[in-house]
Design a protein around this ligand. Sequence first.
Ligand code: HEM
Length: 414
Amino acid sequence: MSNTAAETLPGFLSPEVAADPDAYYRRLRAEDPVHWDDGYQGYLISKHADVGFAYRNPLFSTQNYEVSLQPVFGRSMLQMDGSEHSRKKALVTPYFRGKGLEKWAPVIARNVATILDRSVASASEHITRGFLPGSTVDLLADFGYYLPVYVITDMLGLPHSDYDRFFNWYNRHVAFLGNLARDPEIDESGRQATGELWAYLGPVVEDRRSNLGDDLISGLITAEIDGERLADAEILTHITQLLNAGSETTGKALASMFAYLLRERALFEEVRDDRSQVIPAISETLRISPPSQMNGRKITQDVEIHGVRLPAGTLVMLLMASANRDEDRFADPDTFNYHRTDLAHEKTFSAAGDTFAFGSGRHFCLGAMLAKSELEMASNVLLDRFPDMRLVDGFEPEWSGLKMRSVHSLKVTL
Ligand code: HEM
């Protein structure tokens, strides 16, 4: 494990890596593709082939989520494997695929328009700022963060008026998930957020039992596996996971895409004038800047990867952000180029994709197709309504974050 090159690499959780993770990943791939990090107390896996191998190999289990997720979500499908995982995922999959998903298209369209038209009663001040040609907005804070939360709350049958509370709860959950150094204050805040969210959801679920509809909470209440209904705690876990999983990720993907397009205005104009480029632009954004940059795993039996023997019990971090920029897999990987021929854009939203923005293998993202619909629809409406959109004068988009990463704001003149 230890060689000179590996020893000169900075710590994974150091400020130096946080300042430029892509430069660090480039060094990992070149110098020590399966790299032990003392701070993380696990191995960092950085090459495309190795990340794909690990996602698909059941010895790389999701037991790591017992520590990094269960305290805030309860025991979710992400932690399960085998038939238990298949059965629990199958309960909600019909809402996120095919005809079940098509049903939500008008809901997405309505929410895009609602946010842009400011016709909602929201406790938040952001949304009152307005989306009129010529006005200045933050595409992430004023739009990107709202859309996925509005869509999933509609799917669950929860009120938009509680957006600020959901936003607060899921931000504290996201901080818990990204707390690789396990700062006790962040952990505690995440656990308390779950207590508050569940105190809110408990009566909602109770009430829904006698007022069933075609929403997802009603679906979870009535679902049966082998003749058995889900326990209350399982329903709360599913709802918590669904509220969280797609919110920050989808908003961040949208903001990063518009940042890439607007930084080189010719790209924005090309996509605006040729909408067949919308999906390629989204897919290329998810390659070069996946909102969720890494997934942990725990080894259940000794296994070899890239010539390194890892004992049972070892923690590993699958660096999707690194794999997606692996120079052995993608030509000129640090360049945003949606015309590239080494990425099959139509497969990006399926488990057969060339990149790992949505993970891979059995835990491949349940909401990938929903995210695709939201991103495609939102992009098209924004391009229709604001053909002259540009970055605010003097504003340079900056990417930040280690576990979750995107532009932290996107100031545009519409
Ligand atoms: C651009 C948007 C999104 C990104 C980048 C994203 C990313 C991911 C990733 C990387 C995983 C794999 C985690 C792992 O293997 O450890 C995952 C799983 C998951 N995602 Fe997403 N996601 C997005 C949107 C959504 C949406 C909209 C939903 C639903 C509302 C959702 C629900 C889930 C669920 C339930 C899982 C767990 C699946 C399982 O364990 O089998 N995601 N997502």
